[in-house]
Design a protein around this ligand. Structure first.
Ligand SMILES: [Zn+2]
Ligand SMILES: [Zn+2]
Length: 141
């Protein structure tokens, strides 16, 4: 698993290691807990797999999209796609208050990627030719 420590993560761990510990075991436990907590704050990536005859499943987390792309490339075409994995904590925050996440529109609460040049397209339905048959959210935020 390719993962690089970030500056703030390194500082947090250096602080932790600088404390006085009763035993090396206590220090190891504290460092492990801190690493798990720090990684839990990162967004990660997963690969959704749904091939012929397979019960759909997901693989992850990955900390780098090169790994997800390599995994997808090794599977039959159309079987897999990449997905962002939110931590449960982020999902809770987004569910309670979408504006706490900058990737969600502060006005309508839908993901910003769903906002096209004519506004938010969540709920919008189009014909194959691209004609809008059902208007979407329409938020211009
Ligand atoms: Zn919207
Ligand atoms: Zn919006």
């Amino acid at each position: 698993m390719a993962i690089r420590i970030r500056k703030d993560e390194k500082e947090a761990l250096v602080d932790l290691l600088g404390q006085e510990w009763d035993s090396a075991g206590d220090a190891a436990t504290a460092v492990f807990s801190a690493v798990v907590s720090l990684l839990g704050q990162r967004d990660t990536y997963g690969v959704q797999v749904a091939g012929a005859g397979l019960v759909p499943f997901a693989v992850g987390p990955f900390y780098d999209t090169r790994e997800t792309k390599a995994l997808i490339a090794g599977l039959p075409a159309g079987w897999a796609r990449e997905a962002v994995l939110f931590s449960p904590a982020r999902m809770t925050a987004v569910t309670v208050e979408p504006s706490t996440d900058k990737r969600f529109c502060g006005a309508c609460g839908h993901p910003k990627f769903a906002h096209g040049p004519h506004g938010c397209e969540v709920g919008e339905k189009r014909t194959k030719a691209g004609k809008v048959t059902t208007k979407g959210c329409g938020c211009k935020g």
